[in-house]
Design a binder for this molecule. Sequence first.
Ligand SMILES: [Zn+2]
Length: 374
Amino acid sequence: MKTKRIPIPSPAPGHERFLTVHEFGQGEHKAYLQAGLHADEWPGMLALQHLMERLIALEADGQLTQRIVLVPYANPIGLNQRLFGKFPGRFDAVTGQNFNRGMAIDSDDLIDRVRSELSDDGEANDRIVRATLRQMVEEQSPAYEIEWLHRTLLGLSLDATVMLDLHCDYDAMPHVFYGDHQRDQGARLGDCLGFPIRLEEDVRGVVAFDGTHTQPWVCLSEATGKPFSRPCFAATLELRGQYDVSDDLARRDAEGILAFLESEGFVRDSGAEHQPPSGLTRAINVDQVKVIPATANGLVTYHKELGSRVETGDHLADIVVLDADGPKRLAVTAPTGGVFFSRTHSHLVYPGASLGMIASDERHIEPGQQLSFR
Ligand SMILES: [Zn+2]
């Protein structure tokens, strides 16, 4: 393992920040993993610590067959956003920007740069595209600190063959997002992790960090019709809820990730096994996720457990109204059928607040707009 520190320009007099980066193995292909891009999401940070221990041992045994890069905390800016004992780590306090949005590469520019160089040799095409992507990141001229952070992370990750971005939800079943053009790899990843909910997205629309890695390849392929040997596979892993931080869960997730890396040819004979599925497997397009908004303020109590199959009209929750003249509850019913897989842990809700999500049978939002909510 080689460890390096990459500085991010100082945000204020007397301060310095840096990313810590661990690199393992050698080879043409790189697997890149990061945790905590949303700085208030900690289960992935612990999972990478367990994975690191396994990779150190495997490297010593000569079992790494390609490069693996770990960024154990991807957002030192957010880690320092402490406000009265809370960690508002999802948005940058300076710009208001979601740390996991707004870094997409200009695919039209990429197409213009490489179109005339591409041939019928997929491996050669891959190399041209990866070199150009690196060049495009290098040419970025950040101003805000969040832009420096994004440029630095993309400088490490954008030429990867496999990219896994570790997040978590508020209170949720483990689930995974990946492009709907990479269904087989995504399903294999879900199987390795034992994650039952798989959300497949069209990466040609608004993208997060994962889609930033896959969108250029999809756009290039559509625009040029040229072959590519091994475009980047990228996924966002949602490691349950924010409070699900335990060595037991983290060890399991690390083993699942390692099993996937082995299936992708980055390591051999790791002994990592597929993790047992933690619920009924359901793979849907992310457009079929139904977000359930609160229609009143009060305290929410749930009548359905995570992982429950619900039908339209089922009694899902109550909102306990605190400022009525007496005891009062408003029933919240399921607006659609499916698996209730995510809910809030911030129980004092208000109109518009999300009460949870159902992985449903029907489409609820326009394709490509799945990540336009912040
Ligand atoms: Zn997140």
